[in-house]
Ligand binder design. Structure first.
Ligand code: G6P
Length: 372
C-alpha cells in the first residue's frame, strides 16, 4: 500500500496533489480551436436542444459539484437548473418528463441512491446524462449519455480530485450546451476555455505556496470544536464542501452558510474564538459582492470570530479584518471555486492528521454506498 501511495502519507494527500492533473485530464481532448468539443456527445444534440429544464442529481460531494455547475449551466446555457439530492428527488413525485434533462454526478457510478434516481427519471421519460469517474460503471450504463471525468482512481473515502474534475466536466458541458443552444458567443466560449486551461497551473500554485501554511494552521487548530464556512455565489457550495470534508475526516462539527444568510441566523453562533473561513469573491468581477462579503467579515470579526479568509492575491481590503489570509491566484469569476476549494481540502486533511486520525478511512463512512 505504501508503494501505491507513491511516497505520500495517505491516499488523500496523493489525491489532493493530483488535483491539477484531474482538471487537465478532464479537459484533454475536449477543446479544439477555442471551443468545446465533447466527442462522447457527438450526434446527441437532441439531448440539449429540446429541453426546458435540467435537474442535477447526486449525493455528498458530487451534489456540491452540481451546485457549482448550476451557476455555469444557467449563465452560459440559459437553462433553468435544479440541483437535488438523489434520495430526495425520487420520493416526492417530481415534475419531470421528456423536456427534462437529468444530469447525474457520481465519482463511483455505483451510488445506489443516485442510480435509483436515474432509473426513475428514465421511467418518467426524462433524458439522462451521467458525469462519472469510473469507466463502464452502472450509472453511465443506465444513462443516455456520459461525460467521464478523468481524475483517475480515487481511493480515499473523502472525495477531492474527483470534485474538481466534476466541476470541470460541468463547465465543459455548460459551454457545449450553450454552443448548441446558441446562448453564448464564440468569443466568450474561447475566453472561458482559456480560463479553464489555466486552472491546473493555478491549483498547483496554491499547493506550492499555501500547503505548508495551511497545514501549520490546521495543526494549531487541532483542538477546535467547531468551524464555520461562509461563501457567496459560486463560493457558497464551496463553503458547504469545506464543511463536509471537515465533518467526514476530522469529526469536527462544521457548517457552511451562504454569506448573505449570516444576518438571518448563523451570526448568533459567532462567539469569541469561533473559527470562520470566509471565501471572498474577487473585487475585479464584482465590487458589490466583494464589499458585501468584506462587511460580513467585519461583522463576525467584531464579535470575536477567528477569521480565516480565502481571497485572491492582491486583495488588500480583507487584510485589516482577517486573522489569516490564504491566497488563490486570479481567475475568472466562475473559476474561483476550482481554486478556493484546494485550501479547504488541505485544511481538512491537516486537521484530521493533527488529531491523529486515519484520513483515508474515516469511521462510519464508505467510499461508495451501494445500498439505499
Ligand atoms: C459516499 C462517500 C462520499 C461521496 C458520496 C457520493 O457517501 O463517502 O465521499 O461524495 O458517496 O459518491 P459518488 O461515488 O456517487 O460520487
Amino acid at each position: 500500500a505504501a508503494a501505491e501511495k507513491g511516497g505520500w502519507s495517505s491516499f488523500m494527500a496523493k489525491e489532493v496533489s493530483e488535483e491539477p492533473e484531474a482538471v487537465a485530464n478532464t479537459i484533454r481532448g475536449r477543446i479544439h480551436e477555442g471551443t468545446v468539443v465533447i466527442p462522447e456527445l457527438d450526434g446527441l444534440d437532441d439531448l440539449f436542444s429540446g429541453i426546458s429544464r435540467i435537474v442535477v442529481i447526486a449525493c455528498g460531494t458530487a451534489a456540491y459539484a452540481g451546485q457549482v455547475g448550476k451557476y455555469a449551466l444557467e449563465k452560459w446555457a440559459r437553462v433553468p437548473v435544479d440541483v437535488e439530492l438523489a434520495h430526495e428527488f425520487r420520493y416526492r413525485d417530481p415534475v419531470i418528463g421528456p423536456g427534462t434533462l437529468v444530469v447525474s454526478i457520481s465519482q463511483s457510478g455505483e451510488t445506489m441512491d443516485t442510480l435509483m434516481a436515474v432509473k426513475f427519471a428514465r421511467e418518467q421519460g426524462a433524458k439522462t446524462l451521467s458525469i462519472c469517474n469510473t469507466q463502464g460503471a452502472t450509472i453511465p450504463r443506465e444513462s443516455d449519455a456520459v461525460v467521464y471525468t478523468h481524475a483517475g482512481p480515487e481511493v480515499a473515502v473523502a472525495s477531492t480530485k474527483a470534485f474538481v474534475a466534476q466541476i470541470t466536466a460541468l463547465y465543459l458541458l455548460a459551454l457545449h450546451v450553450g454552443r448548441i443552444r446558441d446562448t453564448i458567443a464564440a468569443v466568450d466560449i474561447a475566453e472561458h476555455v482559456r480560463e479553464l486551461e489555466a486552472i491546473p497551473a493555478k491549483i498547483q500554485r496554491v499547493l506550492t505556496l499555501e500547503q505548508a501554511h495551511i497545514e501549520q494552521l490546521a495543526h494549531w487548530m487541532a483542538d477546535t470544536r467547531s468551524v464555520l464556512f461562509l461563501g457567496r455565489n459560486v463560493g457558497y457550495p464551496i463553503a458547504l464542501e469545506g464543511a463536509l470534508k471537515l465533518k467526514e475526516i476530522s469529526y469536527i462539527h462544521a457548517e457552511g452558510f451562504a454569506a448573505g444568510e449570516l444576518k438571518h441566523g448563523p451570526i448568533a453562533l459567532v462567539e469569541p474564538g469561533q473559527p470562520v473561513f470566509v471565501l471572498v469573491p474577487s473585487p475585479r468581477h464584482s465590487a458589490l459582492l466583494h464589499s458585501k462579503v468584506v462587511s460580513n467579515i467585519q461583522e463576525i470579526q467584531a464579535r470575536g470570530a477567528r477569521v480565516i479568509v480565502i481571497a485572491e492575491e492582491g486583495d488588500a481590503a480583507v487584510l485589516p479584518f482577517a486573522d489569516e489570509v490564504l491566497h488563490i491566484p486570479l481567475a475568472g469569476a466562475m473559476f474561483e471555486p476550482l481554486l478556493a476549494v484546494v485550501p479547504l481540502h488541505i485544511f481538512a486533511m491537516g486537521l484530521a492528521t493533527a488529531r491523529g486520525l486515519d484520513v483515508d478511512q474515516p469511521r462510519n463512512l464508505a467510499k461508495s454506498v451501494t445500498v439505499e
